[in-house]
Design a protein around this ligand. Sequence first.
Ligand code: NAP
Length: 260
Amino acid sequence: MKPLTIVVTGSTGTQGSAVARLLTERGHHVRRMTRNPAAPTDVHGDLDVPSSLRDAFAGADGVFLMTPLNSENEVARGKAAVDAARHVPHVVFTSATNADRGTGIPHFDTKAEVERHLTACHPHWTILGPAAFMAAGGPVTLPIPPDLKLHVVAPEDIAATAVLAFEQPDRLRHRRVDLASDVLTGPEMAALRGTEFVQVSPEQAERYNPDLAAMFRYFTETGLDLDLPALHAEFPEVGWHTYAAWLARAEQRRPPGRGA
Ligand SMILES: NC(=O)c1ccc[n+]([C@@H]2O[C@H](COP(=O)([O-])OP(=O)(O)OC[C@H]3O[C@@H](n4cnc5c(N)ncnc54)[C@H](OP(=O)(O)O)[C@@H]3O)[C@@H](O)[C@H]2O)c1
């Protein structure tokens, strides 16, 4: 296929770096948006400065849009980016699993507002709803019961789905797709990491971060609604990682001599 020019926001972060890497591997032209450009493929862009977004997005075939974890200005930032991308043929926005359900979780509800703005204002959009990102190293410390199964997603699988959306827009245009690669309990995750599961109390979680505490309360009391087998059957080319496989890859990528 003809190479696409895609602006990747959050390109120095977890999701954006995976998306930029995969797009580059597949021969596309990537503008890696950051507030601090350092490399020739970097482009300056600040979600708080709309004019910088218009410049960064000009002439692109697509924008991969993420919003940093900050509920206070997430709506303003997300809407500004959607507005700046009005003439870009395809916007892929990464939100969170079930954020469109009126969960009451602050950083889910702000994403839902950005989603509504995107679907109302932009002709060609895809919304991805990733579950909790897979992570390696250290004890698994969570405010959830030990028997609760948690959906997790590999950042590489978010990237593969986003790239699929850009390359095959007919399959993912005007779709909102929640993403998870695996589902397992805290103790199961800890066992795979060779570490321990530490259950913190809801009160401790609340003191640490009320927004994240609300999220884990929702996971525990309501639970995420996500049909993993159907998702994986519909998009087999994503190459969904089990948590065990993802940890093994993370171990291979770790520089020699570095601890977990
Ligand atoms: N962690 C999870 O399990 C999980 C699960 C689902 C959804 N999410 C959502 O994912 C999002 C975070 O994604 P991530 O973990 O991939 O990001 P991240 O690794 O935390 O990186 C943050 C990125 O945001 C960019 N950034 C920060 N302020 C900016 C600004 N004013 N203008 C432009 N760019 C800015 C940074 O770029 P520069 O500093 O280079 O400018 C950086 O690339 C959050 O909204 C979170 O709610 C997270």
